[in-house]
Design a protein around this ligand. Sequence first.
Ligand code: ATR
Length: 273
Amino acid sequence: VDKYAVLGNPVAHSKSPRIHTMFASQTEQRLQYNARLVPVDGFDEAINHFFKEEFGGHGLSITVPFKEQAWECAQHRTARAEKAGAVNTLWITNDGVIHGDNTDGLGLVRDLSVNHQVELENKRILILGAGGAVRGVLEPLLEQKPSELVVANRTVSKAEALVELFPEKPVSACGFTDLSGNFDLIINGTSASLQGDLPPLPVEIVAEHTICYDMMYASETTVFNQWGLAHGARQALDGLGMLVEQAAEQFLIWRGVRPDTAPVLLHLREDMS
Ligand code: ATR
């Protein structure tokens, strides 16, 4: 049977095995998918073992903190993975070549536009943070032709470095306190909420038409989404849909069929409540 796994550290909390197992039964694909804890200094060895030594190793999901290392391991990368500087999907072809892609940005865009009917074209979008999570989604967001995309970060130089990757696009960098005017969509891509923290944001960035999107998710409304709603945002969405959509894109790459994400998302929500 074809084998798949998610590699991470930590990885015990990962919802990927549940998601991909549901996709497999829905599409009647025979496969095994499990979570594997990899020591921080053992990533290359784990990849090699999975694809070259273990019988039946077909594809891997890669999570924190290995996405940059996975980018280096991939012998062939898609254009979007190249630009993202990180890989969350690996697979091996019959010729023994290990391929890498990044489905995070597409997952975010699909969750926004397909699941929530949020328009992105000609909209003023703000993204908070400038780490790997944000870098991975910039190009797919820019492809949706927002009128403006602002990247705000605690360390401004990191936001500036990301913006320089897109010299032709309407994208700019600043610090949190430099922000002015309101936005149609504010995406939180900082890891601040993991510590229950909130970046120091001016309240004027939220208006009654603003949609807040937190790339994180939890059983309770995230701190960032609570802040948005308290300041009058129209809607606050969390990143569970992005997680399921990026996984569906992986499944399509690996198996050639696109699963239906709606029932899977519903099950995960039920599990969390
Ligand atoms: P990830 O892979 O999740 O993006 P990362 O590369 O470590 O992780 O990036 C974390 C992001 O969250 C960064 O933008 C970081 O800001 P700095 O670049 O200034 O470090 C941001 N971040 C983390 N904790 C934060 C906090 N308490 N307040 C504001 N921003 C925070």
